[in-house]
Design a protein around this ligand. Structure first.
Ligand SMILES: Cc1cc2nc3c(=O)[nH]c(=O)nc-3n(C[C@H](O)[C@H](O)[C@H](O)COP(=O)(O)OP(=O)(O)OC[C@H]3O[C@@H](n4cnc5c(N)ncnc54)[C@H](O)[C@@H]3O)c2cc1C
Length: 413
């Protein structure tokens, strides 16, 4: 009988799993360990409302009294240093140890750094937690020059926010367009043009050779072709590495995440992993760490059920949102994949727009800009693998909502 569950990582996946365990009626002990000094909070706000100074704190994920009311034993600022899955035992940084029946690793990911000369200078930053966001906020302001290395989602979000704060913002990207991997060329170009209209300088095909400093502080970014760009602050936004340290120490083979099945179970019995730390199976095949809010949450719920013996495999469909240059962008499915992309909407006239990848007479992926209602329908088409053809979708008069309604009614009959 399961009476004692330990969760390592007090972020989104950890807090969601604790809540889901209680929602599913589990009344045994839950120990929730986090090395940050605060309970789980909304990490996406770190590049948006917290960085803009719009809120002084990232919103908490659960209301303050929930943990006590739900009888969850929470530990802040407490790092789990070692796990021993064979003997179902873990050790804390304080030296204390604890035995468990089931363990969930929800240790998230760490911001990737660059190994170039000057990477350790003061003012060369990364963004992953609340302290990072407040540190960056404290350095921004009118006239401050900020170089953002990496034009992915977080880089473009920070550029938007910092620009509004009056900073002189430059995005330095090694590819020939922003956001290529996640949103593709058409939306990537669209976002770049909007960021440039805000005043962001976008430098593409860039090769950095070093960060240069004076008196220990960063002063410039130097490029392989000898050009230098002065910078008061440098933010390295080149992706994240799943935090697999504990799993690796425990002997699990990891590669960009701890491999798990579609319930979160690792190769070790009683050891589950969810969120950014997990290399989770995808519905369309393959497995990887997805590094998105909604997928981390869904994985935590599946892993909580599985820890209680309710095996409900939940292969994931990647799903994310972002806010860039004042526009809300939502995605489902992988941008890269077989099939044909088609556009409903008009990029020339600006937003809203909806792009769909159609494969085997079904929508396999969708990207929406300022089109949340259309996106919700497209997402349901993807989830239900609703049959629909390219000519139907190409017809601007073809109504997606009615299609969904008709197909749902047909499948219910
Ligand atoms: C700046 C930023 C903006 C984002 N914006 C978006 C967005 O707009 N949309 C979107 O879909 N996704 C976004 N994401 C991604 C999303 O926030 C993550 O996918 C999600 O937080 C992952 O949840 P997690 O619980 O796996 O990891 P985390 O939220 O990182 O939580 C892991 C926690 O475990 C702790 N920990 C690690 N090791 C130990 C240990 N040994 N002992 C104790 N504690 C430990 C960590 O310190 C951390 O607190 C953003 C991420 C960042 C960083």
């Amino acid at each position: 009988m399961i009476r004692n569950i330990a969760i390592v990582g007090f972020g989104l996946a950890g807090a969601s799993a604790a809540r889901s365990l209680r929602d599913q009626g589990y009344d045994g002990r839950i120990h929730l360990f986090g090395d940050e000094p605060v309970p789980a909070y909304d990490r996406p706000s770190l590049s948006k409302s917290v960085l803009s100074g719009g809120v002084s704190e990232p919103p908490p994920l659960h209301e303050a009294g929930w943990y006590t009311a739900a009888g969850v034993d929470v530990y802040f600022g407490e790092r789990v240093q070692q796990i021993d899955p064979a003997h179902r035992w873990l050790r804390l940084s304080s030296g204390a140890s604890l035995s468990y029946d089931r363990l969930l690793l929800a240790t998230g990911a760490r911001a990737r750094t660059l190994s170039v000369p000057g990477a350790m200078l003061d003012g060369v930053l990364t963004l992953r937690d609340k302290a990072d966001s407040l540190n960056l906020l404290g350095r921004l302001g009118p006239g401050v020059s900020l170089s953002i290395i990496g034009g992915g989602l977080i880089g473009c979000e920070v550029a938007t926010t910092a620009c509004k704060a009056g900073a002189e913002v430059r995005i330095i990207e090694s590819a020939d367009e922003l956001l290529l991997r996640v949103l593709g060329r058409r939306v990537g170009t669209w976002c770049r043009e909007r960021l440039e209209a805000l005043g962001v300088v976008v430098q593409r095909n860039a090769r950095i050779s070093a960060f240069e400093g004076k008196d220990g502080r960063v002063r410039a970014v130097a490029f392989a072709d000898g050009v230098r760009v002065s910078s008061d602050v440098v933010l390295v936004c080149v992706g994240a590495e799943p935090d697999t340290e504990l799993a690796q120490q425990a002997g699990l083979a990891c590669s960009r995440g701890v491999p798990v099945d579609a319930t979160g179970l690792s190769a070790s019995p009683d050891l589950f992993v969810a969120g950014d730390a997990a290399r989770w199976p995808l519905r369309e095949g393959g497995q990887r760490s997805l590094e998105t809010y909604l997928n981390s949450q869904a994985q935590a719920v599946a892993a909580a059920a599985a820890m209680l013996g309710r095996v409900e495999p939940s292969p994931q469909i990647p799903r994310a949102w972002t806010e860039i240059a004042g526009h809300r962008i939502e995605t489902i499915g992988d941008f890269d994949g077989p099939g044909d992309w088609l556009l409903r909407g008009n990029t020339e006239r600006g937003s809203p727009l909806l792009m769909l990848r159609v494969h085997n007479n079904a929508v396999a992926a969708a990207v929406a800009v300022d089109a949340s209602k259309d996106f919700a329908i497209a997402a349901r088409l993807v989830e239900a693998r609703t049959r629909v053809t390219l000519p139907e979708l190409r017809d601007p008069a073809f109504n997606l909502r009615e299609l969904l309604r008709a197909r749902s009614a047909a499948s219910a009959a």
